[in-house]
Design a binder for this molecule. Structure first.
Ligand SMILES: [Fe+2]
Length: 432
């Protein structure tokens, strides 16, 4: 598509977009949500969370603190870890039956925040989740209407979902993970209180932290926004490729990770390290929430969606799962080996930010994969997709689930073919 500006015909993209919700960050931020919601004229709110957090009393504490500002809160704690179309429809059904609500508060990891985004969507717009999912899985309908205020309160340092306009879910019938992305899904306010992460077990801290690492790396190495065809304003998507503003946040996230990730896993009581990782998660969200992510996240969808019997320690044991942060990291070393030639300087800069002063080897292509493998070994991430139950013979079944993530693969600086993805998965059965 071309456009005329002052007689100059523009075929290349010259525009990038960047967005993030207002942020309230710091110890004790949790107890100010009532005031914040009252500023939006909210008086009846649904807190969307999971049973584990209810047991810790966190949603109730938020509900109690809101009374001071005449905000009445009820709690829905039916969020499913790694939410599905079914669990999201159920949450939306509850919200519709018990509504109307003036607003929503999501308390939890990405699962709770993404479920709240779906609830917000389905209580505002007509239709079903499938209508709004990214094509080719869904119809890609663009949500409209006036969404209610949504305050997102992350309790893990990972997904960055509090900053993004994306909602990720499993489609049970298709055994595939996919997403809905639209700027209207972006939370109205992110309230980030690092003290909420103090009790997370090391396994969860490690997996969630690898999600941050991948967000920062994938958005930093994403295809630049200038490499896309020019879009019409109505066709602009929330992910526009790497851009100067996202780069700043991704770089800073990597430095914070270098400083504090290992400490957080090995000494969870270190408040400064916990705070740094929470900031890294938020910063990386501000990066990838606008630039996008690519191969490691595309691979993670079927790796998590087609799980067999793997039950990771530190997580609920009632059903098998590959935590998102593990799923994204398992093919990351191979994915960045593959992408290296398309953006060598960025890969080298990222390796330096994540491991400052590290001795360089002879092969620049191996720098970033080596940094990732060292980190994953140190914090106890499983050694490749083989360690979560897949063998080489599963690769042909995993490939179609990756290829369905068209939007993500197009964000890669070097677009992979089916054979490329099969090779990346095969060489990721074992990473070291
Ligand atoms: Fe992620």
């Amino acid at each position: 598509m071309t456009e005329k500006i002052d007689q100059v015909e523009l075929r290349e993209e010259t525009i990038f977009t960047w967005g993030a919700p207002p942020l309230k960050f710091g110890a004790g931020a949790l107890d100010e949500i009532g005031f914040d919601l009252s500023q939006y004229g909210v008086s009846r709110v649904l807190i969307i969370t999971d049973p584990g957090l209810t047991a810790l009393g966190i949603p109730q504490r938020i509900a109690d603190s809101m009374k001071r500002y005449d905000v009445h809160a009820e709690i829905f704690d039916g969020v499913h870890v790694e939410p599905t179309d079914d669990s999201m429809e159920k949450a939306a059904g509850y919200a519709r039956e018990q509504g109307p609500w003036d607003g929503f508060v999501a308390v939890g990891g990405g699962s709770a925040i993404d479920t709240a985004k779906a609830v917000s969507l389905l209580t505002t717009c007509a239709g079903e989740l499938m209508d709004y999912m990214n094509p080719p899985i869904g119809k890609g309908v663009k949500p409209d209407g006036q969404f209610k205020p949504l305050v997102a309160v992350p309790t893990t340092a990972g997904t960055g979902s509090e900053s993004t306009a994306m909602c990720v879910l499993d489609i049970l019938s298709m055994k595939v993970k996919t997403g809905i992305s639209h700027w209207r899904l972006r939370p109205t306010l992110a309230v980030v209180d690092p003290l909420l992460t103090m009790t997370l077990p090391p396994e969860v801290t490690a997996a969630a932290g690898m999600d941050i690492v991948c967000h920062a790396l994938e958005s930093y190495t994403a295809k630049p926004y200038t490499a896309y065809d020019r879009k019409q304003p109505e066709d602009r998507v929330t992910y526009c490729g790497s851009n100067p503003v996202s780069d700043l946040w991704s770089e800073r996230a990597m430095s914070l990770i270098a400083e504090s990730f290992r400490t957080c896993v090995h000494d969870g009581d270190d408040v400064e390290a916990r705070s740094n990782m929470m900031m890294a998660a938020t910063f990386a969200g501000m990066g990838f929430g606008n630039a996008g992510v690519h191969i490691p996240h595309a691979d993670a969808y079927p790796i998590a969606g087609m799980v067999k019997d793997y039950r990771p320690s530190g997580y609920p044991q009632d059903e098998p799962m590959v935590p998102h942060g593990q799923a994204v990291s398992l093919t990351a070393p191979e994915a960045f080996r593959f992408c290296f030639e398309a953006a060598p300087d960025r890969h080298l800069r990222a390796a330096e930010l994540l491991a400052p002063g590290r001795d360089r080897g002879d092969d620049p292509r191996e720098e970033l994969p080596n940094v990732l493998v060292d980190l994953m070994r140190d914090i106890g991430i499983p050694n490749g997709i083989g360690a979560v139950g897949y063998t080489e013979s599963d690769v042909p079944d995993l490939v179609p689930g990756v290829m369905k993530q068209r939007r993500l693969l197009e964000t890669c600086p070097r677009t992979p073919s089916e054979e490329d993805i099969a090779g990346i998965l095969t060489r990721s059965v074992q990473n070291w």
